[in-house]
Design a protein around this ligand. Structure first.
Ligand code: GLU
Length: 280
């Protein structure tokens, strides 16, 4: 296949580390080797955590690494009406329900097994009656909106998706449960925004770390419900620290800036450092 459109889609909530560079490098290489286009997208829906200084820093760091992308850079924070329209469609299909549970309530529910995104939602609010829902909404109680995964899958029938490294998957929402599509504090969630935007930007190959493999089941389901084109996926290895844990901003993983300014690493040296994790 030629002319892949790929993207690197960081959230500007901190400085980039080697894990981000690996994700950017994979997207960049797949676009380059097929004569396609590499896109940069800022996933900045969480306005409370995103900072303009990090957006500026990450663009500088990516340019220093030698990547280039079309401008203007796509920003999710400016696309809330588009996500609202997608939510409206799903609501019109009667596939969403309001969830009033707090994180603590969900974590405390005895029946909640751990999934890749935390405890799998036990479905408490799925069982509220229409009247109960109306009353709680009218009382001004804050709520998230969840996708009724079982009902959604019953509507779409069997779905499959393809990962370039791991082959074919059949959509199963067992590990994720009824994912949140609009958060209590933000009118959209990662799952919905990423799915809508990958389609809107014409992304043909979604590259990202293996830690997000489970999320792809939800994205494939949303594509089917919203009549969006189906890309291919490539879930790559992760960069880990000495203890074997995935690098994360919140754990103070050493930033690219630090490696450049304080340790003197060059882009070529950085590429060698992540080389073993690159798909061949
Ligand atoms: N903003 C997401 C992250 O930083 C992007 C994940 C994806 O590529 O879908 O993890």
């Amino acid at each position: 296949m030629s002319g892949e459109i790929t993207r690197f889609a960081p959230s500007p909530t901190g400085l980039l580390h080697l894990g981000h560079v690996l994700a950017a490098e994979v997207a960049w290489r797949e676009a380059r080797r097929s004569g396609g286009t590499f896109l940069l997208r800022l996933e900045d829906i969480d306005t409370g955590r995103c900072r303009e200084t990090f957006a500026t820093a990450l663009e500088e760091d990516l340019k220093w690494m030698g990547y280039a992308w079309p401008v203007p850079v796509w920003r999710q924070s400016g696309r809330m009406p588009v996500y609202a329209a997608a939510l409206g469609r799903l609501r019109g299909m009667d596939l969403l329900y309001p969830c009033f549970c707090t994180r603590q309530e969900i974590a405390a529910a005895v029946s909640a097994p751990q999934g890749p995104e935390g405890p799998v939602y036990p479905g408490t609010c799925r069982h509220l009656t229409t009247v109960e829902r109306r009353e709680r909404l009218a009382s001004g109680a804050g709520c998230a909106w969840r996708l009724d995964a079982e009902r959604a899958l019953a509507r779409t029938g069997t779905l499959t998706w393809h990962d370039r490294l791991q082959g074919g998957f059949r959509v199963s929402m067992e590990a994720l449960g009824d994912v949140v599509l609009a958060r209590r504090d933000i009118p959209v969630s990662y799952h919905l925004a990423v799915t809508v935007d990958d389609a809107a930007q014409g992304v043909t190959l979604v590259t990202r770390g293996r830690d997000l493999l489970a999320a792809t089941h939800a994205h494939r389901l949303l594509q089917a419900l919203l009549d969006l084109p189906v890309p291919q996926w490539l879930h790559h290895e992760l960069v880990c620290d000495e203890a074997g844990r995935r690098l994360a901003k919140r754990d103070g993983a050493r930033s690219l800036r630090h490696l450049r300014d304080d340790t003197g690493w060059s882009p070529a040296y950085i590429r060698r450092a992540i080389g073993a994790q690159l798909p061949s």
